[in-house]
Design a protein around this ligand. Structure first.
Ligand SMILES: [Cu+2]
Length: 511
């Protein structure tokens, strides 16, 4: 049977309906009638009115909380219990991208906050502690709570204080929790959200692996990947123009050596939330199809889904079976967010090839460029060195090399040789040699029209790469100048800033 039965009550309902049909009411006895019965059963769990399974039984249980991307084990319980949750609010500086730091406000020290897992009917005693070194008061609104504010008013907690409130988890589902202290958008925008799973009484179907991923949008006063410490930008937040859209609070939180892992032959379950504060996510895994999606985190699943919509302050559960090994890329399919704001993660599946299903050839480098690398550590080192006033040409070259991959290499090729007649070579380019600093103008403003490079004619368009920051362009330029037989030299970020401001060179200057 394909329809979902999440819960024993729906079975009871189905039996009751069948009994009704037998005892003479004029129900259609054909196939149609069966379908109606099934769907009636599947559409009603009774909600909160059937969610109170009586007083808690047995000893108190301390909830296991996990940091993303980990998920606590199933409760495995057959009866409601009293569950103690202790969650700490921690304000702390953490990286938001390579070489970029941000002051996050967190539940449990991570973004998203600790994952909480309870069972429907449980009585949850919630302790919220706000660390003494916090600057702000905070509270928590759990979408799984029945009661005004979802716990917000009862949990308002000043720095160095603890508050406690108790609720009964009446509805099963996957729920977002978040801070609801004014200005709410700012608290949410600084990372104050997470997920609480309220298991149905019979639990979720078992799978091989479960992961916790949560999207959020971030607003910094600097542009995307602009280095150094970046403060929150209220204006951008109000205008809903995020600088970053991220999975698990940091660009690269789930790529390279931090990618999610699994094996072919396994079924993977993702608990995916969207903290917002503003954007709605079009959640997609490149190269996979969700076998099941419990859309909106509710009771029923849809099958065979490509992309599922996750509202701000909403969640979804998705299961998929892995057949083919390789890297699967998790994205917000509002796709500029994935490639230009960071909303990208990787699930790496190990196992034997299945050429009968997919012929092979890895495409992740092509898809995700520099993010396919283990990390951009060289970029961080260059930033640190620049701050200390000790940035060497070597630091710049290493950082530039990491950034070149995927940004420029898509067209000019990883070895700088280009493609004859289409993309001119950067290797031993006589055009670069004639005026090395012009590379800055070309990258910031683009290049179009006829050019001759090493005796060959090109007449095409290179789009401006104005999304790159000044020091990214300085490092990429320095890398190119010092590679493949080019003349060497160095570009610093002030030069880039000046040339960017000067605007596009005139046609005359172009040759
Ligand atoms: Cu807060």
């Amino acid at each position: 049977m394909k329809t979902v039965i999440w819960n024993h009550r729906s079975l009871v309902l189905a039996v009751a309906l069948a009994a009704l049909a037998l005892t003479g009411c004029k129900a259609d006895r054909g196939d149609k009638g069966d379908a109606a019965k099934t769907s009636a059963a599947a559409t009603d769990t009774g909600g909160s009115q059937k969610g109170d399974f009586g007083p808690p039984q047995g000893a108190e249980i301390k909830a296991v909380l996990t940091s993303p991307p980990n998920v606590p084990p199933a409760t495995g319980r057959k009866a409601p219990a009293k569950v103690i949750v202790e969650l700490d609010v921690v304000e702390k500086e953490m990286p938001i991208s390579e070489g970029v730091t941000y002051t996050f406000w967190t539940f449990g020290g991570t973004v998203p906050g600790s994952f909480i897992r309870v069972r429907q009917g449980d009585t949850v005693v919630f302790h919220l502690r706000n660390m003494p070194d916090s600057k702000m008061p905070h509270n928590i609104d759990l979408h799984g709570v029945t009661g005004p504010g979802g716990g917000a008013a009862s949990s308002f907690t000043a720095p160095g204080h603890v508050s406690r409130f108790t609720f009964k988890a009446l509805n099963a589902g996957l729920f977002v929790y978040h801070c609801a202290t004014a200005p709410v958008g700012m608290h949410v925008g600084n990372g104050m959200y997470g997920l609480i799973l309220v298991e149905p009484p019979e639990g979720l179907p078992p799978v091989d692996r479960e992961y916790y991923v949560m999207q959020g949008d971030f607003y910094t006063s600097g542009k995307y990947r602009e280095k150094g410490h970046q403060p929150f930008d209220m204006e951008k937040a109000i205008e809903e123009h995020p600088t970053y859209v991220l999975f698990n609070g940091m660009e690269g939180a789930l790529t390279g050596d931090k990618a999610l892992t699994a094996k072919t032959g396994e079924t993977v379950r993702l608990f995916v939330g969207n903290g917002g504060p503003n954007l709605v996510s079009s959640f997609h895994v490149i190269g996979e199809i969700f076998d099941k999606v419990w859309f909106e985190g509710g009771t029923r699943f849809q099958e065979n889904v490509q992309t599922t919509l996750i509202p701000s302050g909403g969640a979804a559960i998705m299961d998929f079976h892995l057949e083919v090994p390789g890297s699967y890329v998790l994205v917000d399919h509002s796709i500029f967010r994935a490639f230009n704001k960071g909303a990208l993660a990787i699930l790496k599946a190990d196992g034997a090839e299945r050429k009968d299903i997919y012929s092979g050839k890895e495409v992740d480098a092509m898809y995700i460029g520099d993010r396919a690398q283990p990390n951009l550590a060289a970029v961080t080192e260059a930033t640190t060195a620049a701050k200390a006033g000790a940035l060497t040409v070597e630091d710049q070259i290493k950082a530039g090399q990491a950034l070149f991959a995927g940004t420029c290499s898509t067209c000019h090729q990883p070895n700088g040789e280009g493609m004859e007649g289409v993309f001119p070579p950067l290797a031993k380019s006589d055009l670069i040699k004639a005026d090395p600093k012009r590379i800055v103008d070309i990258v910031t403003h683009g290049l179009s029209g006829p050019v001759k490079v090493n005796g060959k004619d090109y007449n095409s368009v290179m789009p401006p790469m104005s999304q790159l920051t000044d020091d990214e362009i300085a490092n990429i330029g320095t890398y190119v100048l010092n590679s493949w037989g080019n003349p060497g030299g160095r570009i610093d970020k002030d030069e880039v800033a000046a040339r960017r401001k000067a605007g596009k060179p005139t046609a005359a200057a172009e040759h």
